[in-house]
Write a protein that binds this ligand. Sequence first.
Ligand code: PBG
Length: 328
Amino acid sequence: MSFPVERPRRLRRTAAVRRLVAETRLHSAGLVLPMFVREGLAEPSPINSMPGVVQHSRDSLRRAAAQAAQLRLGGVMLFGVPLMRDPSGSGATDPDGVLSTAVADVRAEVGDSLVVMADLCLDEFTDHGHCGVLNEQGGVDNDATLDRYAEMAIVLAQAGADVVGTSGMMDGQVGVVRAALDAAGADHVSVLAYAAKYASAAYGPFREAVDSQLTGDRRAYQQDPANRRESLREVRLDIEEGADIIMVKPAGSYLDVLRDVADVVDVPVAAYQVSGEYSMVEAAAERGWIDRDRAVIESVTGIHRAGADIVLTYWAGEIARWINEGRA
Ligand code: PBG
């Protein structure tokens, strides 16, 4: 026998062949753009630790949402940054609060052309920065927090959200939110469950983006990065409780988890490429240490290849433009 017997390189010879045989293709419809809106802003305000990402004003958010619709993105995920915070995060359940207002604004702007998602969590609204309300010992009170989430779900649904993203990692949150939505006549609103959400250093830049008041960390409710099997448990519970879409977060350091989850569920799978994943590439590129555009495409392709049908990424708009230009 003479070697090589097989020549896999034949299918890598030209860009046209590579395009033909690609197993994974990025599509705008599977990309979701997370956006921040800050109460009281007249102009968008840059986020230092996330070059290219801003805290939006009401007006600039509407314009950005219109652009996202024009790019035919899958959706937008909205985060609100309030002016005032308190221990119970009351701004989260204020129908005139920053997030509900943003949901209504975006809904009015884009109609049904874009899926409007809203973060369902208290951390942006609490003065201690935790994802729930605290008990007397200063820990997060799971069940008292669930009552707040139920209220918040109804407010977001009434503002016009298509999807609420339960990101707080409280036990039972999906079931409680589902029941609250259904009882409020909002059985059309979907729950995107941050099922496997790890206590990650990669949320660092997000803390600036939402002006987080947190001291300490979230290890008593978010998952330990050491654990893989535990994610399947979280996913099973969320599906039993009625999750419509399951999410793994962060994405890049958890591709094994993403693959495990994608192999066993029969609901759509999402992954969140978080702020730190974004900023690490941007920072290295700024120093000329990495080819930015290639690193962006490679990272999102990897997440997709590992099993994500839907990717939340701060590069969603840019990637969609590249796709339209035939560059991705
Ligand atoms: C919680 C929430 C966080 C992120 C999304 N939802 C912060 C956290 O859990 O600490 C992080 C997203 C990112 O880093 O891009 N509301």
